[in-house]
Design a protein around this ligand. Structure first.
Ligand code: ADP
Ligand code: MG
Length: 687
């Protein structure tokens, strides 16, 4: 394809508009290429706000008369399609009379051929917008944020290197997932409908022996990995790493990093491929953030950096004073952006699933902080202490620069001691946003990171240019502003254990950082002035789009909890309760028979005890469930999306644990043969 459509390359590399006439040429080449690979259909492939990917296939074959037809794929069909938008979340943007939506070709992401069973389809990555032009997907704002970052970062780069004309964000994700046997998966309505177990007693052996991480991969899983990696490589996804994760049944894969928008597409594709290939192996893959209570959940670390068209990683500490200052500029601006916009970062990773993970003492907490390591911390301290604004001009600058210069090579060594508990950790040449959920589309987090850093770089440049205009020399001006930023943002820096209670206390009480534990509260951050300043002023989302996204997220949250609540009902009434009653009956039958042959109470005391215990748990179980159902009904009557989400969060979800507790006790008491659901012990240890 590269050969056939070289005409595109220049436009993409320079980020220029593509002439409509060229589209016809590209379409013809794409069709020829796709058909040579056996494709019969094409589809616009997009990422609606449902969190999955969407496609609608059309055939190349177009009848042109009786017994005649040819394969057609015009520039028009490549560039734009009109899927009905009415079945996708729009947060009130779409009214029924303008249900149309448009998908529009994203030439910056390569088209690909998806093979499924006996058919092949040409897939064209697109953005998805409403009839009135509002974005209805994750991709459009991501592309805008990348453009903004480019615009903001290039002039800053040019303080140091005039040759830089383009900056892109780079993303290397690490995908964690669980794998379970298909038959066991299908046995569990909670797993198959909600993606997580709603009940289930913790097994005798979980992850306490710490024997799974980096252990040998079971052969059945290994075969699955090899198979999906092969499919991924065919699609151009540069997967490189595979290993076990901390929990039993949990694994991870990671690619070589790519330009952020392509990396996002590839992650979506990966999840899709992994789902499909798992079925060939009679396995199911779980991307849910917390499929099992009591063992670790799954995340998707987003390794993020910025790269120039001259091949430089802007977050890689340089070897010379000049490149060091450039590194420090981008590094400190990123920290300042994180400090000023921690709430927006928190919002960008919020989901009903991820609530189980953040703050559960196994994953980064809901408090946003950044880890930079002791070496860089001391560099920042040094700059801050020695270069205060007053004495700056008297300072021996050469000395200072030398100092920074001498420290930075040590960095790489020092950073091998990584902090695994930080939500946003510097890892030597990139930041790792570790709080992103495993099922999330990376776009949401990446759009936010790109945008806040871009906005910050713009502000930085204005300040520095102002100082230069006032007669300051360039390096002085840069250091002066950076020095102030260090002081202003250092309370976001934390090197200790993020899982500890002391940190939660220190962060909220002494540092004034937010610890927002639930999704509805996090979504509320999108309603703040800051959110408007960041997203609306920078044209990433219009006010209407921002509002729509909030609505969609509130709705999605309520729906997710609602579904879980219903499945609780099903599990209790259709599985747990009948099984418990059946066993109780068997016990009582036994008691009656023992009595009938003339034995006394000493012979059936245990049976009576057990039967009574079962009644006790059944009573509690039903009571909790019925209370939950009442709350659910109450929540359902609420029209307003935000209030409904809060009701589900504060009144419905809070009763889940109680239901679970009693269901899990019953699982403990019932005979294995009578328990109708696959147990953790079976689900977690795939052999
Ligand atoms: P970890 O040690 O955190 O488990 P690795 O070091 O194996 O993970 O890899 C982390 C990811 O970071 C990989 O996908 C890698 O390609 C990515 N990465 C490396 N350099 C960059 C960069 N400059 N920008 C973005 N991602 C990067
Ligand atoms: Mg990592």
């Amino acid at each position: 394809m590269k050969k056939r459509i070289s005409v595109l390359k220049a436009s993409i590399q320079q980020g220029q508009k593509i002439d409509r006439k060229i589209a016809d040429q590209v379409a013809a080449s794409m069709k020829a290429w796709a058909m040579s690979k056996g494709a019969t259909h094409y589809t616009h492939w997009f990422q609606p706000l449902t969190g999955t990917t969407a496609e609608k296939h059309d055939s190349f074959f177009t009848p042109s008369g009786p017994a005649a037809g040819i394969e057609v794929f015009s520039g028009g069909a490549l560039v734009q399609q009109e899927p009905d938008a009415s079945s996708f979340p729009s947060g009130g943007i779409r009214s029924t009379f303008e249900a149309r939506g448009y998908t529009a070709w994203d030439p910056s992401s390569p088209a690909f051929i998806m093979e499924l069973g006996s058919g092949s389809t040409l897939c064209i990555p697109t953005i998805f917008v409403s009839y009135t032009g509002e974005a209805l997907d994750y991709k459009a704002p991501l592309l805008k944020s990348l453009h903004l970052l480019d615009e903001a970062a290039v002039p800053v780069c040019q303080y140091f290197d005039k040759n830089v004309t383009r900056v892109t964000a780079t993303l290397g994700w690490e995908q964690e997932y669980f794998v379970v046997d298909e038959a066991l998966f299908l046995n569990r309505p909670d797993l198959s409908i909600c993606g997580r177990t709603l009940i289930g007693h913790y097994p005798a052996k979980g992850q306490q022996l710490e024997d799974h991480y980096f252990g040998t991969i079971p052969e059945r899983i290994f075969n699955y990995m090899v198979d999906f990696e092969m499919e991924c490589h065919k699609l151009g996804i540069p997967l490189r790493t595979r290993h076990n994760e901390v929990a039993p049944g949990q694994f991870e894969c990671a690619p070589m990093f790519e330009e952020a928008s392509i990396a996002v597409d590839h992650n979506c594709l990966l999840m899709d491929v992994m789902e499909k290939v798992a079925r060939h192996h009679k396995l199911r893959v779980l991307f849910h953030e917390k499929p099992f209570a009591g063992v670790n959940g799954s995340g998707k670390h987003n390794n993020w950096s910025m790269g120039t068209d001259t091949g430089k990683n802007l977050l890689s500490p340089g070897k010379t004073p000049r490149t060091n200052l450039q590194f420090l500029t981008f590094f400190i601006n990123t920290i300042k952006a994180v400090h000023d916009n921690a709430d927006l970062l928190r919002a960008s990773i919020a989901s009903a699933n991820n609530d189980h993970r953040l703050g559960a003492n196994e994953a980064p907490p809901a408090i946003i902080s950044a880890f930079i390591g002791t070496a860089l911390r001391s560099v920042l301290n040094e700059i801050e202490n020695r270069v205060d604004a007053k004495t700056f001009d008297d300072l021996d600058k050469a000395d200072l620069r030398l100092d920074i210069h001498n420290k930075i090579p040590d960095l790489l060594l020092d950073n091998t001691d990584r902090n695994r508990t930080s939500p946003f950790a510097f890892t030597g040449n990139k930041f790792e946003f570790r709080a992103v959920g495993s099922s999330a589309n990376c776009s949401k987090a990446m759009t936010t990171v790109n945008t806040i850093v871009a906005a910050q770089l713009k502000a930085f440049r204005e300040e520095v240019d102002g100082l230069i205009k006032g007669g300051e020399n360039k390096d002085n001006a840069i250091l002066k502003v950076l020095t102030r930023y260090i002081g202003e943002s250092k309370n976001i820096l934390f090197e200790g254990d993020n899982y500890s209670e002391e940190w939660a206390k220190e962060a909220t009480e002494n540092r004034g950082l937010n610890n927002v534990k639930t999704t509805p509260e996090a979504i509320d951050f999108y309603a703040t002035e800051r959110a408007k300043n960041i997203f609306v002023k920078n044209h990433i989302l219009s006010e209407r789009e921002l509002h729509a996204r909030m609505e969609i997220e509130f709705e999605e949250y309520a729906k997710k909890i609602q579904i879980e609540a219903r499945i609780y009902g099903e599990l209790v009434y259709n599985y747990v309760l009948p099984a418990a009653v059946e066993y109780q009956n068997a016990l009582l039958d036994n008691v009656m028979k023992l009595k009938a042959v003339g034995l006394n109470e000493a012979h059936y005391k245990e049976q009576i005890d057990l039967a009574t215990n079962i009644t006790l748990h059944l009573n509690h179980l039903r009571a909790a469930l019925e209370r939950m159902v009442e709350e659910r009904k109450r929540a359902n009557r609420i029209e307003h999306a935000r209030e409904k989400a809060f009701a589900y969060c504060n009144n419905v979800k809070t009763l889940f644990d109680e239901i679970r507790e009693h269901a899990d006790m019953l699982e403990r008491y019932l005979p294995d043969t009578k328990w109708p659901l696959a147990k953790y012990r079976e689900l977690l240890f795939v052999k």
